[in-house]
Write a protein that binds this ligand. Structure first.
Ligand code: ADP
Ligand code: ZN
Length: 517
């Protein structure tokens, strides 16, 4: 470890380890197989780069992103570390040169694209090169349950065995327990040492708002950060182009980024963002993985992100320098419906769809929660915490009301429909909207039909999600398509427990909901 500390300073120019790094490094140096789950920006790369530099032998690094590999290799080379990359974006000549270097034992680290590593010729080459460790970046890509499954990752464990008895160092920022268990099952022959660091990023201010005029809302948020760098995510390429245009027209230095743009324009825009401060990049989720800009001061979502993990990862690109940074996420019912439709109509297996729905609902619950956003977010990742004082809810931007009666109405609607129906249907039932689906199921004949005329459907949907966020209702663990009442829920239903809900939902019309009736 002394050698490691010296190298930390000499090679990387850092004076101390970041929290968590030391423990992981000690385990790596003692030869253990590792799974490290640490938030984005916490310095995971160092946990395999430093041992590779200090120890003898060759460490293979796989990463799903060629751009990220290229950046890391360049950074290492600049610091005088012999590192190289093998991938399809290299010319044949470049790859041949790297292959020669590998045979001569010239490198400490070699970055390999996953689809290449599983090829027999690569296995033979790396075996001959005497590789002794395999670092797997973005290890959640091995899990069909994660949000970013890469089939090539499934071949990594076998490739590692074929190359030799490689030490496995898997790192990821994906936190939730089922995904963790799946990563372990797919990559490791025996239980690895697992390291999990807190996911709290206290310097990020969290805020979420219902969408009214997205372009205007984003513009207002962005203009509070004039001269600072930020990212605005949109769900579609079209949305990116429109918003980038609108912002530019209103004096914001905004650039577009999405996979449909010319590669040249894309990389020019990315470089502009990385090099200068004050540029706002408007992008699809294609932007960001592997982007290492420490002073991004804000991240906005003009549309609802794909899942709670995607949300966490995307806002996590702000404030990596630890200084205060701002986030704002806009959401709407149509965003939710769109995402639900995407999940339903995808050809993923049923199990995966259920998982995606769960992650979407966790995000919706976060949007609608009457409680501290950070507490709700961290709870979704299995961490308990106190109200943070740094989110729109803690700051008291929302009024609260006694929600017992509203909760009882929603729960009675759930009960009368056997827990099989969702927020939209329940809202129609409560306001007495005899839609086709309501009539088809005979729900217009239920005593609950029309007992909630005092609120709009959108307000009932919000209350439904608040009940979910407050853990009054939950998905049946045995049958995820069914809603059940929790113990807390049953107490509120019986009038034995108090319940505070969040009022004044900013509706598209600008009208303020009076929920106190
Ligand atoms: P992750 O992969 O966890 O998202 P990175 O490995 O890309 O994070 O590291 C994030 C940033 O933190 C990088 O700019 C890296 O150089 C920096 N970093 C890593 N370790 C340290 C350290 N011990 N001291 C200071 N900066 C560090
Ligand atoms: Zn808070």
């Amino acid at each position: 470890m002394n050698e490691a500390e010296a190298a930390l300073e000499r090679i990387f120019g850092f004076t101390s380890f970041r929290p968590g790094q030391r423990d992981i490094l000690e385990a790596v140096f003692s030869g253990e197989n590792i799974l490290a789950v640490m938030p984005t920006g916490s310095g995971k790369s160092l946990c395999y780069q430093l041992p590779a530099i200090v120890r003898k032998g060759l460490t293979i690094v796989v990463s799903p992103l060629i751009a990220l590999m290229r950046d890391q290799v360049q950074q290492l080379q600049r610091s005088g570390v012999p590192a190289a990359a093998l991938n399809s974006s290299n010319s044949g000549e470049d790859n041949a040169m790297v292959e020669r270097g590998l045979r001569q034992g010239r490198y400490r680290l070699v970055y390999v694209a996953p689809e290449r590593l599983v090829r027999p010729d690569a296995v033979a080459l790396l075996r001959a090169a005497g590789a002794n460790a395999l670092a797997i970046d973005e290890a959640h890509c091995v899990s069909q349950w994660g949000h970013d499954f890469r089939p090539e990752y499934l071949g990594l464990a076998q490739a590692a065995r074929a190359i030799g008895d490689l030490q496995l160092i898997a790192v990821t920022a994906t936190a939730d327990a089922p995904t963790r268990a799946d990563i372990i099952r797919k990559l490791f022959a025996a239980e690895p040492r697992v390291f999990i660091r807190s996911f709290d990023r206290p310097n990020l201010r969290l805020a979420m708002r219902r969408k009214s005029d997205a372009a205007r809302q984003i513009e207002t948020a962005v203009k509070r950060h004039e001269g600072q760098s930020g990212i605005v995510y949109c769900a579609s390429r079209n949305g990116v182009e429109q918003l980038a245009r609108t912002l530019s027209a209103n004096g914001v230095p905004a650039l577009a980024y999405h996979a449909g743009l010319d590669a040249e324009i894309r990389s020019a825009n990315q470089d502009e963002f990385l090099r200068n401060d004050g540029v706002v990049i408007v992008a699809t989720i294609a932007f960001g993985m592997g982007i290492d800009k420490p002073n991004v001061r804000f991240v906005c979502h003009a549309d609802l992100p794909q899942s709670i993990e995607a949300y966490y990862q995307e806002i996590g690109r702000a404030g990596r320098d630890g200084l205060p940074a701002d986030t704002l996420t806009l959401f709407s019912d149509s965003d939710i419906l769109l995402r639900e439709r995407q999940i339903s109509t995808s050809d993923a297996p049923a199990e995966r769809k259920r998982m995606e729905r769960r992650k979407l609902h966790a995000l919706i619950a976060l949007c609608e929660t009457p409680r501290c956003r950070r507490q709700t977010l961290l709870a979704a990742f299995g961490e308990a915490s106190q109200p943070c004082g740094n989110c729109d809810i803690c700051e008291g931007k929302w009024p609260f009301f006694n929600g017992v009666v509203a909760a009882q109405k929603v729960m009675s609607a759930i009960h009368r429909t056997s827990g099989r129906f969702f927020s939209g249907h329940l809202a129609n039932l409560l306001v007495g909207n005899a839609t086709e689906a309501i009539r088809k199921h005979g729900h217009d004949l239920l005593p609950t039909f029309g007992v909630g005329k005092e609120l709009k459907p959108a307000e009932w949907r919000s209350i439904f999600y608040q009940l979910h966020a407050e853990n009054l209702i939950a998905q049946d663990p045995e049958d995820r398509d069914r809603w059940i009442f929790t113990e807390t829920g049953r107490s509120v239903l019986a009038g034995k427990a108090p319940l505070t809900l969040r009022g004044e939902i900013t509706l598209p019309s600008g009208r303020k909901a009076d929920l106190r009736r």
